[in-house]
Design a protein around this ligand. Structure first.
Ligand code: KIV
Ligand code: NA
Length: 275
């Protein structure tokens, strides 16, 4: 398993870092088998596996429940857990208790927090306490209500400068990496060049130190529409729907199960059963 310092070394050697989300045992197993550098137990689970409209309703209990399953499926991969909505804003004490629960109860290696401003202090407090923190800037989905929707961030030069400043502050506070979501590629390039810690992009172009995407988006599983920045490498919805349709119709016409799916008694047992 890689360590936080390995990700910085990868950046220095210009080796791209790969991160993929996972939410349960089978997704974690497949993602680990594929050899990803990090797994993110994203609070996007609220949308892609729990059916909420945003990540805001996701609770600590939801995160822990899914995080435990992910760890069982991916024992040898560095796992980052999203701190859910409002779990790192009330007080430093609450932040520390919640981050500790996420790590101790699931066996994950780090936590991720969204935003700058007051969150910077929390990054510092967590890091000082021994908890590796991944920051998340640009489009921060937990603030969708304040941002007014899922929109590209940092489009003006003033906004872009603020983003660079905030990224530097996250680094100074001790963050070991930063997710940069939905920003113009020029901004992501600038941030990646200015920082020592790796920048993991999503909708941030190809000049970042790594990339992250949501598992369900990559394979088109459950999701219907995906954002512009997603590449859909396959469509498992089609495979699943086809299989389920066939199962239902074969049961209805009596084509399933076949003999090979059935158990047999020995002939003499059958004879004595019917007398
Ligand atoms: O929750 C999530 O999946 C995320 C990634 C999109 C970075 O935060
Ligand atoms: Na998230």
């Amino acid at each position: 398993m890689k360590a936080t310092t390995d990700f910085i070394k990868m950046k220095q050697k210009a080796e791209k870092i790969t991160m993929i989300t996972a939410y349960d045992y089978p997704s974690a197993k497949l993602v680990e088998q594929a050899g990803t550098d990090l797994i993110l137990v994203g609070d996007s689970l609220g949308m892609v596996v729990l059916g909420y409209e945003s990540t805001v309703p996701v609770t600590m209990e939801d995160m822990i429940h899914h995080g435990k399953a992910v760890k069982r499926g991916a024992k040898d991969t560095f796992i980052v857990m999203d701190m859910p909505f409002m779990s790192y804003h009330l007080s430093s004490r609450d932040t520390l208790i919640n981050a500790t629960r996420l790590m101790q109860e699931t066996g994950a290696n780090a936590v991720k927090v969204e935003g700058a401003d007051d969150v910077i202090d929390q990054i510092k407090i967590l890091t000082n306490a021994g908890i590796p923190v991944m920051a998340h800037l640009g489009l921060t989905p937990q603030s969708v209500g304040v941002l007014g929707g899922y929109k590209v961030q940092g489009k003006s030069s003033d906004e872009a400068k603020l983003l660079v400043e905030n990224a530097l502050k996250c680094q100074a506070a001790g963050a070991f990496a930063i997710v940069l979501e939905c920003v113009p590629m020029q901004v992501a390039k600038e941030v990646s060049e200015r920082l020592e810690i790796p920048i993991i992009g999503i909708g941030a172009g190809s000049d970042t130190d790594g990339q992250v995407l949501v598992y369900h988006d990559i394979i088109t599983y459950g999701v219907e529409r995906v954002a512009k920045f997603v590449k859909q490498y396959t469509n498992v919805n089609e495979a699943i729907s086809l299989a389920i349709d066939q199962y239902i119709s074969e049961v209805r016409i009596g084509a399933f199960p076949e003999l090979k799916h059935s158990f047999q008694m020995k002939p003499e047992e059958v004879k004595s059963l019917y007398g």
